[in-house]
Every structure is written in structure tokens, then in C-alpha cells.
Design a protein around this ligand. Sequence first.
Ligand code: FAD
Length: 454
Amino acid sequence: VCAISPKAIVSDACASFSTLDDLNRDLKPALSEITQKTDFFSYYRLNLYGKECPFWNDDSGLCGNRACAVNTLENEEDIPLVWRAKHLGQLEGPKAVHPEKSLQEKRGPAKPLQGELGEDVGESCVVEYDDECDERDYCMPEDKSTSAKGDYVSLVDNPERFTGYSGVGPRQVWDAIYRENCFSKDSFPHSASLGSSPPAGPAAFGLKSVLEKKGREQALVEQQKTEPALPFVAETGLELEGECVEKRVFYRVISGMHTSISTHLCWDFLNQTTGEWGPNLQCYKDRLHQHADRVSNLYFNYALVLRAITKLGPSLMDYTFCSGDPSQDRDTKYKVQGLLTQAGTAPRIFDESLMFVNGEGPSLKEDFRNRFRNVSRLMDCVGCDKCRLWGKLQTAGYGAALKVLFEFDNNALAVLVLKRTELVALFNTLARISDSLTAIHEFRLMVEAEELHS
Ligand code: FAD
């Protein structure tokens, strides 16, 4: 079996970039059909507005609040409305609201409510207890103190693309996300070169942080005023070599997600001179072309998420994708079965059995899960609606993939049942990575063409 070891860089394993490119080319049409053309997979329920950033003060000018996003383009007031970051970051299309829990309880937990949600917007979903998380989850449970259970948002109407969200807001979020990779103070990669301890990020806060945040957030803001921004773990590839495989995988998942976001915003970029949307080659060159490790981490994520979906495959073959329209439900099932059958014939490209087994591995699992939950909570600190939507969806998608890979026994496939939101996130996350791989391929061709002509 030719499998990508989590230890390997994708390109040094037998499954090379081109193997994965071929696989992606084969699976892409079926995956796009599923995520773009079925109600079940193209609407996502999330609590987009109801939760405040748990790690720092949303009102602070330093953080990823909406104001940060609005003020990112220079001389914003002079720019036509349609080009402004606030406008670009807004959600499009109708939303359907999740029904109150009391309504769900009346109907009973397991029964689908067909046609109940937003028929006027062409959306209807299984209503289930998908707001509860259990201890195996890598996602962040919904905040039970808020009554809002979220909205259903059309993913097709809100493509992931350039929004103009930049500057201090996203920088602070990315910094905090990468700090989650520091599993202990000792393994913090830059403590020596910084000459001081890293600031207390979400990682240091731990899961009790929401309760304790009030006292700490001010300290964090103060600390960040006085300390230089943290260098990124990305620039410390060599130091990662000495780390155990689990930490490395954690880093790669995050970095690969970052690569995918960067790819999408460069591929679907707004040319502010012409007002046209299209690929921005310079954006790609600056962020990705010179950074083979970042692109490699994207391939790594493709292998990881696809493996999770393949592992889930047998328990999905008979799943009822209930949308309220029986013929569409059958069609969705047919499409998913087609993808799973096709994916099932591919070589196994990721071997999760190597993780959490040797050395300090087993003891790291809970830490790994908690840190990933912290990353998912950090999405509430993202100050642009569309970015937050896709950030939340993708962290939930990776969370679902990690749960399938590491929380379910390979021999107990019957219990591999995910919640609807997890399934939607998982498939759409693979579709995001898949689109990114295609875009990077196109960008590479553009660079080659440019070099030929120069
Ligand atoms: P950033 O992308 O902010 O990166 C900061 C630093 O991280 C870099 O200088 C580099 O040192 C390091 N780094 C970069 N890429 C990697 C990598 N792959 N692996 C490891 N390290 C890396 N903007 C949009 O236009 N549309 C969106 O949909 C969108 N979604 C976002 C979602 C989230 C969760 C976040 C936090 C931000 C999002 N943004 C989005 C903003 C976008 O990601 C950038 O932050 C912004 O474009 C500014 O880019 P930058 O050049 O400052 O570098």
C-alpha cells in the first residue's frame, strides 16, 4: 500500500504531487456536483454573528473586528461601494434561520423535518440535534448560553474569494492560530530568538479560557502592544524536524488551510483599477510560489481529508440525505455514492494509524484535540463575515476529518456517523482544497508562460 506517512513531506512519499493532481482531476467533477448542485451540501448552518471573540477584546483596534476589515483598503471613502472591504465581506443571498430547540424537541430528536426550513429560499434540511458536541469532537461546541443556533447560509452564493480583509485584524488571528501549534513552552520554536516568552495566546488560556477571559484579555492586548509580532512557525521548517509527528501534522493542517485561503483570494481577486474579478498572479507569487512548504501542506491536507471521506465511505453508502425533496435526495445519494466508489478505488494516500501510537503520541491526543478546538474558536475573532463563514466551515471540516481519522476505530465502521453540519463541512473543505490545487496548477502554468516570454 502506497500511503503518505504523516511524517513525510508529500513530495518525498510515493504519492507525489502529480499523483494527487491526477486523483484530484478524476474526483473533482463529482465533488463539484455534490457541493454546488445539491441543497444538502450547499447550505451550511452556523452561528455567524452570535458569538464574540473569546480571546481578546473585539472593540480593541488591535483585533480582528469588523472595523478592522472595513478600514483595510486605502482611502476607503474614495472607493466605489462595490469595492469596499465591508461590502466585499458581506454575505449574499437569503438565509434561513434554524428552528428553536423547543420546536425540535416537540418533533423528537431523530426525525427529519422536511420542508420546514426556508422553503421560500429553496432550502430545506434535516433538523437534528446538530448543536451538541461530544468529547470526541475537534470542533468548538455551540455556546449554549446563547439562544441563537445559527443561520443557514448558501455556500454557492458566497464563494470564498478576495474580500480586502487585511492588516492587523487577520494578522492577529493567524498569529494566534499558529501559536496553538506550540504544544508546550519547551517546544515553542522561537523562544530563544525572541529573547522573551511568547505572549499568552489561546493555547496558554486552555479551554477554561472563556470563563477567565475578562481578566486576561486586557493583559493580552497590553502585551501585544509592547512585543513584536511573533514570527511564524512556517519559517522554521528545520525546527519542525525534531518535533514529534503529531505536532507536525497539527502544523501542516493549519498551514495547508492557510494556503488554501490564500489561493482562493489570489485566484478570485478584485482588480481595483478595472473592477474585474480574476486571478492575480503577483498575489500568488508573493504568497505561495516561493513557498514550496506551504503548497506541500495543501497537498498533505488533500490526502488527509480525502482519506477521512474514504474511511467514512461505507457508512455513507446508505445515508439518507434528506432535503425535503425525495427526487433530489435520491440524486444526492447517487452523487455521493459515485464519488465514494471512485475514491475507494484510489490508492490509500494517508496512513493515520501512525499517529498517537509511539512515544509521547498517546498522551498528546487530548491536547491536540483541545488545541484544534481553540483554533475553531478563533474563527469568532475573524472580522469579515465571508472570511468567518469559510474559516468556520473549514475548521469544522478539518475537525470532522480528524475526528473520523483518530476517534473511530477502523474496524467499527458502523458507528461512523457524523452530524449533518460535519458532513457538509467535510465535503466542502475537500472541495475547497480541490479548487485550490487546480488554481495552483493554473498559476504555475501562468508563471511558466511568463518565464518563456521574458
Ligand atoms: P497572511 O496571509 O495574513 O499571512 C501572515 C503571515 O503568515 C505571512 O507573512 C507568513 O509569514 C505566514 N504564512 C502565510 N501563509 C502561510 C502558510 N500557508 N503556512 C504557514 N505560514 C504562512 N482574506 C480574503 O480576502 N478572503 C478570505 O476569504 C479570507 N479569509 C480569511 C480567513 C481567516 C480565518 C483569516 C484569519 C483571514 C482571512 N483572510 C481572507 C485574510 C487573509 O488570509 C490574509 O490575512 C490577508 O490577505 C493579508 O495577507 P498577508 O499578505 O498579510 O499575509
